[in-house]
Design a protein around this ligand. Structure first.
Ligand code: MN
Length: 235
């Protein structure tokens, strides 16, 4: 049986187009899954129907999340927001968590996962975390630029089987307080939260780096997508 994985995508207001870096879809294919794109125009009932057809959800990267979703006004360094995408994805994640559908959140997707589950994020780690490292790398997507330390006894450790992994980094926001029932499973050396996971769901993992940009050169990162597809199969 094909294991269908729903993938969120971006929206370009100017051209009226949805967009997705093909690396996400190809990672799902390489991991043995069948990718399906989920547009943010769906009504609640349509979303419910679509969720009944997929075995897992991949939340992709993108712009900043509107801080209104975690009870804050926007600070000056808060970046461009996409209101329709925010509203849709937060509802999508809440419905998926309620259905215990496996979820992998990448970059913005990790932040959306945390916010939808009741946590919050830093709007801008550069100004809000003293002594933070460079998390907006000036290097190609595939290039790792900082280490993360993975905590023992976490799902992420079970997947990657390494205490220290060097990852790419293209974010200026990060999880501040993990949502209830979620724990931190990886930190950068400056204390920035690089991954969170649920302790109460089958599989709900958010990671701040972009494994879709690394797996072709470093197959270790494909393990994250395999874990999502396998969770969808009930493994
Ligand atoms: Mn980082």
């Amino acid at each position: 049986m094909p294991m269908v994985i729903g993938i969120t995508c971006g929206w370009d207001d100017n051209s009226g187009r949805y967009y997705l870096n093909s690396l996400y879809a190809r990672a799902i294919t390489a991991a043995g899954g069948t990718p399906v794109l989920i547009p943010d125009c769906l009504e609640r009932g349509e979303t419910q129907q679509l969720l009944s057809m997929v075995g897992g959800l991949l939340l992709t990267g993108g712009g900043d999340v509107d801080p209104v979703y975690f009870g804050e006004e926007p600070l000056p360094p808060c970046g461009e927001i996409t209101p329709a995408r925010d509203a849709f994805e937060i509802e999508l994640v809440r419905m998926s968590l309620a259905a215990d559908l496996p979820i992998l959140g990448i970059c913005r997707g990790a932040q959306v996962l945390n916010i939808a589950a009741g946590g919050d994020i830093y709007q801008d780690i550069n100004t809000q975390i003293k002594g933070s490292l460079r998390h907006q790398q000036r290097a190609p997507l595939w290039a790792p630029t900082h280490n993360i330390q993975i905590r023992p006894d976490t799902r992420l450790m079970t997947i990657l089987q390494e205490k220290t992994v060097r990852v790419n980094s293209f974010h200026h926001q990060a999880v501040r307080n993990p949502a209830p029932g979620f724990v931190v499973c990886a930190l950068a050396n400056d204390g920035v939260i690089e991954a969170i996971e649920s302790t109460t769901h089958r599989f709900a993992l958010g990671i701040q780096c972009h494994p879709e940009g690394m797996w072709e050169k470093d197959p270790r990162f494909l393990k994250l997508f395999r874990a999502l597809v396998e969770a969808g199969r009930g493994n």
